[in-house]
Design a binder for this molecule. Structure first.
Ligand code: SF4
Length: 429
């Protein structure tokens, strides 16, 4: 099988993806926020602006980036994503410097996204991001209604969010807005306002998520044992449908369950995640998905990573070191990892599940590969059952999720995962 570079092209051979020896997408994680939002269970910690720890963390990140580049792990990266946390709270020069280093480490980048929050997205940060080579901004707007933003514990108000998004659009970057539905105080009218006002600011991409009440968050403590009516499953479904209607009427195409884009503005980085392409994640809590060959390349930097047993085709690896450990690590060997090993059948089932997140569904190459790996009859039986239950349908030669398939995603994904006979092997290092 071939190894090396492929285009971020959904029609590329699926089998060859399992042998790419370098990442096609890069994620770096900055785990710092000015204040923790009420609903947040992401890997982020409250940190004051200017905290020396953030500077040390960026330096450590840049060192790991250089090592991974020297090992050839990123020579084919087409997309990069700087996520968090709140990357923009690093300030213009630190963030611009990191983006410049990413550009240097991945010479073939076609898309470089940075996550941003309105309260720290100054004109100076915008200018330095553009100068350093960022192409895209993903801004955490969530709502354009002050009372809703307050209930979520966001730092910005609606006026500031609108003003910062408009400024980002003027900078020439491709701008995406993250919006949240089924939140406290939200009504169909207020959700309509948030959706339309966001589009009117000139963004080319919108991501829409129903709020999940996660254990251990301030919101979960406030809600207690209640099942709040504003977050009921039927409210989540209705708000997602409303978003689809409003966004599609304005020319945005839904290409994934939560993602809408104007023509040419879909996020290539996220599409890499959903189409079985290997990616490298650097930073506290960051996950990688590597082929066996890519993992062996990483092992040249990290001797404590074990040799893989026969039959493993894909490795999911999460950096579990704290931000303090990350800062003090002298190399990949000093970091901690959780590892999950997938054989070819598990990787194929995973790719089928990911395919069902997208409007375009499961492409012919993946379908044929899955039949070969998981058994033609078994795959066809499960897919026929999914169609019979109204969760999927054939469209233009591809099997795609239906409206019910998206609403009942866990049922559909469970059916596909059941094609696998054994559980995933995991270990912690
Ligand atoms: S800004 Fe994002 S990462 Fe930071 S606390 Fe809020 S939701 Fe979490």
């Amino acid at each position: 099988m071939s190894s090396g570079c492929v285009d971020v092209n959904p029609e590329a051979s699926w089998r060859s993806r399992l042998h790419l020896d370098c990442a096609q997408a890069l994620y770096v994680h900055l785990p710092f926020c000015v204040r923790k939002c009420a609903y947040c269970d992401f890997a982020s910690w409250e940190t004051s602006i200017g905290d020396p720890l953030a500077r040390q963390y960026v330096r450590a990140l840049e060192e790991r980036l250089a090592e991974a580049a020297d090992a050839g792990l990123m020579r084919c990266c087409k997309t990069a994503y700087v996520g968090g946390g709140t990357p923009t709270m690093l300030g213009a020069s630190l963030l611009g410097g990191l983006v410049g280093k990413l550009r240097g480490a991945c010479p073939g980048l076609q898309e470089l996204t940075c996550e941003a929050n309105p309260d720290s997205l100054s004109d100076e940060v915008l200018r330095d991001l553009v100068d350093a080579g960022a192409t895209r901004l993903s801004i955490g707007v969530q709502s354009l209604v002050d009372e809703e933003l307050h209930a979520l514990g966001r730092l910005h108000d609606a006026r500031a969010a609108a003003e910062r998004v408009a400024s980002a659009v003027r900078s020439g970057l491709d701008v995406s807005a993250d919006l949240m539905c089924a939140i406290p105080g939200q009504t169909p009218a207020s959700w309509h306002h948030t959706l339309t006002a966001t589009m009117n600011l000139g963004v080319g991409h919108v991501s829409v998520y129903p709020l999940q009440i996660e254990d251990g968050t301030e919101l979960a403590r406030a809600v207690g044992d209640e099942d709040p009516s504003w977050n009921a499953p039927e409210v989540q479904a209705a708000r997602m449908d409303q978003a689809r209607d409003v966004l599609e009427a304005a020319g945005f195409a839904r290409y994934e369950v939560a993602s809408y884009a104007l023509p040419g503005k879909a996020c290539a980085h996220n599409q890499a995640y959903w189409t079985g392409l290997p990616y490298l994640g650097l930073g506290t809590g960051a996950s990688s998905m590597l082929t066996r060959e890519g993992y062996d390349r990483l092992r040249s930097l990290c001797t404590k990573l074990p040799d893989l047993p026969d039959g493993i085709a894909r490795v999911r690896l999460t950096m579990t070191s704290s931000r303090f450990e990350f800062v003090h690590a002298l190399g990949f060997d000093d970091l901690s990892y959780d590892i999950e090993c997938l054989d070819e059948s598990q990787a194929a089932a995973e790719d089928l599940m990911l395919g069902m997140r997208m409007t375009s569904g499961i492409e012919a190459g993946l379908l044929e590969h899955s039949r070969n790996v998981l058994g033609r009859e078994r795959v066809d039986d499960v897919l026929a059952d999914a169609c019979k239950r109204g969760l999927a349908a054939w469209r233009g030669g591809r099997l795609a999720p239906t409206h019910d398939g998206w609403l009942l995603g866990n049922e559909l994904y469970g059916m596909l995962w059941d094609l696998v006979k054994e559980g995933v092997q995991g270990l912690s290092l």
